[in-house]
Design a protein around this ligand. Structure first.
Ligand code: ATP
Ligand code: FE2
Length: 329
């Protein structure tokens, strides 16, 4: 029996989850949003600083857990924005020191993948489509390997940038999804797949010109953006499945909340006889319970930092999925 607390603070969301024996007891979070414009790292960090205590207390209350019951604290070590990561790391250290319990550093991207176990996925290829990241990740020969990825920005950031150009606030994804439903005409925009990788910045430039020309309906642009960009993601995911022989596709990351992306992935999987898994929205976007969930797996494997070595606990803003050593598989 173990009770693990997980802290997430890589970017816009500060979240705390509590997990006990693979079950989520609490998943509390608060996301920094803006009316206009994108995310400012220092403002997001300020948001986390202001909310952390309240979220912590709320998570314990919902989980029905007392401080003394917690066996270890897992935190998102990276990748992410340094000012935001620091808030989570310092809070983790503070709590661990006070409660005298070990710390478990967790890779944020692998946590997005491992929480998929809750949906029944066993050995999936994950299409990880979030704000800052776009990767196709699967486990092979001792590591989580990246089979394809963005050559420039993450698909969510790309969508958020488009939304900003269209005069909408952050996050843009949910707004674009609603606009796309009103779009009727497929406007031609570039399709950028290079080998197993994808690229979005050229598409953004193209869309910027289209917005500025004033000749296009914004709903049509949102609709076309989704059709083209999601087709790029589905094409590369399908090839990763074919290449590895894996039979499961898992969606991860905030863009995975998009109903059209889910639909397109579902169709592809059905056509090739693969199973498709998608966690609920509160587990797709950044959250503390996926950190606690992977934290528990690592804890049971003894993969932790004892309190005497607390000085070794640090953030890793540029940590890569395929650099992380996996001892629990
Ligand atoms: P990571 O640190 O994992 O790279 P992240 O910190 O940006 O990601 P997530 O919470 O995984 O965070 O994803 C946020 C992104 O998801 C934002 O870019 C947002 O616009 C996008 N998003 C959320 N809902 C939708 C939706 N329905 N359709 C498209 N995009 C969406
Ligand atoms: Fe994320």
């Amino acid at each position: 029996m173990s009770i693990i607390l997980g802290i997430e603070s890589t970017a816009h969301t500060f979240g705390i989850g509590v997990v006990k024996n693979g079950k989520i007891l609490a998943n509390v979070k608060d996301t920094y949003t803006t009316e206009k414009g994108g995310i400012i790292p220092l403002d997001a960090a300020k948001h986390h600083e202001q909310k952390k205590k309240e979220i912590y207390e709320e998570a314990l209350k919902i989980a029905g857990v007392k401080e003394g019951d917690i066996d270890a604290i897992a935190f998102s070590q990276g990748p992410g924005l340094a000012p935001c990561l620091l808030v989570g790391m310092k809070f983790t250290r503070e709590l661990a020191e006070r409660l005298s319990i070990p710390i478990i550093p967790v890779n944020h991207c692998i946590a997005h993948l491992e929480i998929g176990r809750i949906t029944g996925a066993k050995d999936p290829m994950m299409l990880y489509a979030s704000g800052a990241n776009t990767q196709i990740i699967g486990y092979a020969a001792g590591k989580f390997r990246i089979f394809g990825e963005t050559l420039d920005v993450g698909v969510g950031n790309f969508i958020d940038n488009f939304a900003r150009l269209a005069g909408l606030g952050f996050p843009g994804g949910p707004k674009i999804q609603e606009m796309a439903k009103q779009g009727k005409n497929l406007v031609e925009i570039p399709y950028k797949v290079k080998g197993m990788d994808v690229a979005f910045s050229g598409i953004l430039t193209n869309l910027k010109q289209k917005i500025e020309s004033g000749k296009y309906n914004l709903n049509d642009l949102a609709f076309s953006l989704q059709e083209v960009v999601f087709a790029m993601l589905v094409e590369t995911s399908e090839r990763a499945l074919a290449h590895t022989g894996k039979k499961e596709l898992l969606l991860g990351g905030g863009v995975g909340c998009n109903s059209r992306l889910q639909e397109m992935c579902g169709i592809m999987c059905k056509e090739r006889g693969a199973k498709f898994f998608v966690p609920s929205n509160d587990l797709l976007t950044d959250n503390g319970s996926m950190i606690a969930y992977l934290g528990e797996i690592l804890f049971k494997n003894g993969d932790l930092i004892p309190i005497k070595d607390i000085d070794k606990v640090d953030i890793a803003p540029r940590q890569r999925t395929d650099d992380v050593e996996i001892k629990y598989k």
